[in-house]
Design a binder for this molecule. Structure first.
Ligand SMILES: *Cc1c(COP(=O)(O)O)cnc(C)c1O
Length: 223
């Protein structure tokens, strides 16, 4: 999309988002010029799904005032690189992955904020922990010194009508509240990341405070 259109789209979204809601610009497949235009229009957080693409774009962009969230499926053998590239990993879905992140963070003396990814649709072949397993995973994660659990993330199932995703957002929100109320020492439930281009309004109604938006900022993906 033309850079000017991207900037208009970014500004439109910022005008629309209620205060307290953070925008993650989901930037997979976009050029450095497109991403730079979005940052110049006000984007403060970029979401990336792939390590190699992140390295490439970070190199091309150089030093810019922006934070990086990992929102894809993190392979074990990429964790070592990932902990250097990102300010938050939104997609922790096993204790094993959390442990590897913790180990790599210890080596570089860093504490990584993470979200647990919830498989709110309970879809067998999808990433994320089933809702009923989240509290248990949270209790295990807090034993890790170099990880800070800060909330939950969910994708929800892909459905034609975005309204049909509402119950999955709602269940994730209830889980978020439940975890907050448990007041587990070491957990600070700050972020609930849910909603994409076609569902962010519903997600916000259901309590999201991070929305991850790609298409609506950058246009349809060419791929
Ligand atoms: C691509 C992506 C988004 C944004 O999707 P759009 O429909 O383009 O807004 C959000 N979250 C994740 C995890 C993604 O991979």
């Amino acid at each position: 999309m033309e850079l000017q259109h991207i900037q208009q789209a970014v500004k439109r979204i910022f005008r629309e988002l209620p205060s307290g809601i953070e925008l993650v610009a989901a930037a997979k497949t976009r050029t450095a010029a497109e991403v730079k235009a979005a940052i110049e229009a006000g984007v403060k957080i970029l979401g990336y799904n792939y390590i190699q693409e992140t390295q490439k774009i970070q190199k091309e962009l150089g030093n810019m005032d922006v934070k990086w969230h990992f929102i894809g499926h993190l392979q074990r053998n990429k964790v070592k690189i990932a902990v250097n590239l990102f300010e938050m990993i939104e997609t922790v879905d096993s204790f094993e992955l959390a442990s590897i992140i913790n180990q790599e963070c210890q080596k570089i003396n860093k504490t990584m904020p993470v979200l647990i990814e919830v498989n709110s649709g309970r879809e067998p072949n999808k990433a994320g922990v089933f809702p009923e397993a989240v509290v248990n995973l949270a209790r295990k994660i807090i034993t890790l010194s170099n990880i800070k659990l800060e909330g939950l993330m969910t994708m929800g199932p892909f459905l034609d009508d975005p309204e049909q995703i509402r119950p999955f957002f709602r269940e994730t929100r209830l889980l978020f509240d439940q975890l907050s109320q448990l007041k587990i020492p070491g957990i600070e439930m700050k972020y609930l990341s849910m909603g994409m281009s076609d569902s962010y309004r519903i997600a916000i109604e259901e309590g999201a405070n991070i929305v991850r938006i790609g298409t609506k900022l950058f246009g349809e993906r060419r791929l």
